[in-house]
Design a protein around this ligand. Sequence first.
Ligand code: ADP
Ligand code: TRP
Length: 322
Amino acid sequence: MKKRLLSGIKPTGDIHIGNYFGAMRQFLDLQNEYESFIFIADYHALNQIQNPKEMAQYSMDIAKAYLAIGLDPKKVALFKQSDVPAVTELAWIFNCLTPMAELERAHAYKDAKAKSNPINMGLFDYPVLMAADILLYNSDVVPVGQDQKQHLEMAQDTAKKFNRIFGETFKVPQELILKDVGAIRGLDGRKMSKSYKNTIGLFDDEKTINKKSMCITTDCRRADEPKDIEACSVFSLHRLFSTEADIKKLEKQYCEGSISYKESKELLAEKINKFLNPIREKKAELDKNPKLVEKILKDGAEKAAAEAEKIMKEVKKKIGVA
Ligand code: ADP
Ligand code: TRP
């Protein structure tokens, strides 16, 4: 029997190559090895996206992104979180086991508090809903980016706590974090993130990529000056799209000062466009066939709901309500 994999992405904005290299690529690499459940975390996004048109659009875009990068709906159950409402039921049950003090230690909440941002209960409770996502499908592994590590630990703690109180019920899931990836840098050198508006979009067209590449921040060394590969965001992006031989060559050019930032950026744009071309083509096909995407999500939700029902039956018995 194959082990089970689960992960999701929030529909909070345009999907970018940080999402791809940090998280989605693993979904793709592992779809043959695991029985996969990949979803669109729309209830999580509701914290930020409180506009129905945007919610629908971003959710559809994530579905298309999953398919355009090559996830195969025959192998992977693709679905919307909200299509399996048992997840909020399980989140309530977990709420009753989760000390507030634990949620007060969560990064997202602490960051929002430090910045004096408004904090709704959904943001505070985010890790509990995420634990419900993961445990509802008895997942073995959860591939995510480094920034989700704390959430995974909270899900593991929740599984252990439930098992301790009510008897062995949930598997304790393992996180899968690509060690060599870390945070992909954005156009301004900070972590690429929708919230910093510094992203390279997975669906950006050629012109946009050419323009954005030229805007990546660098220092002001001249063409013939040696350049620092570690400090250079352009170089760090090259790493994602280059063969080892290409990157060695570029490193040499940087060290000896035989390439200008302009040339490096042009080369990068070329590589990104080459990488994005098949994804754009697949996306264009899906744009013409929204019914197909909807059908795939519906089938995925049916499969996910069937799994969820099995576990919820057991959980309800264990807690004494069934
Ligand atoms: P954003 O910061 O743009 O809002 P999300 O928080 O929605 O992105 O992240 C979705 C997934 O993509 C998560 O698993 C996250 O770890 C990963 N991810 C997002 N940005 C990056 C990045 N710059 N580098 C690596 N992984 C990232
Ligand atoms: N919190 C994740 C993010 O910001 C999205 C997410 C929600 C998720 N539920 C999940 C990821 C369950 C993995 C498993 O990217």
